[in-house]
Design a protein around this ligand. Sequence first.
Ligand code: ADP
Ligand code: MG
Length: 253
Amino acid sequence: MGNTIISVKDLRKSYGKFEAVKGISFDVYEGEIFGLLGPNGAGKSTTLEIIETLRDKTSGQILVDGLDLDKSPDKIKKIIGVQLQTSGFYPGLNLLELIELFSGLYNVKTNAMDLLEMVNLKEKARNKYKEMSGGQKQRFSIATTLINQPRIIFLDEPTTGLDPQARRNLWDLIKSIREKGTTVIITTHYMDEAEQLCDRVAIMDEGKIIALQSPDRLIDDLVESGFERPKVTKSANLEDVFIHLTGKDFRED
Ligand code: ADP
Ligand code: MG
């Protein structure tokens, strides 16, 4: 694995009297897909938004590519890609127009068609955002994270609410982004997804990191501790049935 690209030390965040993040420390390595897992309210989005410079921290130290978040937030903004809230997109503009608009905001030149091709939306370039399906909207919002050619992208629950085909399609997209050298930080509630995608995962609960390892290692450790699933599992599950019957083809295009 590569060098440390994000270093978080003793990060704390309080909302009034409530401490949402209780002194967490972790490193993210360059080129990895790092997963932040945990139940609702664990503090995942708060943590991400602090690293993204969108939310103030209460205390702690954060370095992004060697840059101190307290001293150089603007420099950090230039090397990260953040998935915008989809509600922030102008529904009446087409995809090309939206990318042009964001490129202007970032003050960078983008080949919008290349970007749309990468997320498999070239044919939809002149369709309005509001005409897209859920999966297409997610792919488009991932495309927007790449506009400023970032070193790191942050994806907060990018596959929530998608059908199994659209989810797999997004996994391929995320893997292809990482293969180009971009570091990916992702949150998800789907453990199969984390197992498929993530090199390492941090599991958060009530503002603390309670485990940090590769998925494989975490599973092996649990098995070694004597854990066994209550039932012998079948060699397929209902999702396998669904994919087997309906195929892996992406439908919406
Ligand atoms: P997660 O993304 O893991 O679901 P969040 O980071 O969104 O968790 O939230 C962590 C905790 O902080 C939750 O209890 C949530 O209600 C609280 N919280 C998040 N944002 C705010 C806010 N702006 N003001 C007050 N409490 C907040
Ligand atoms: Mg969240």
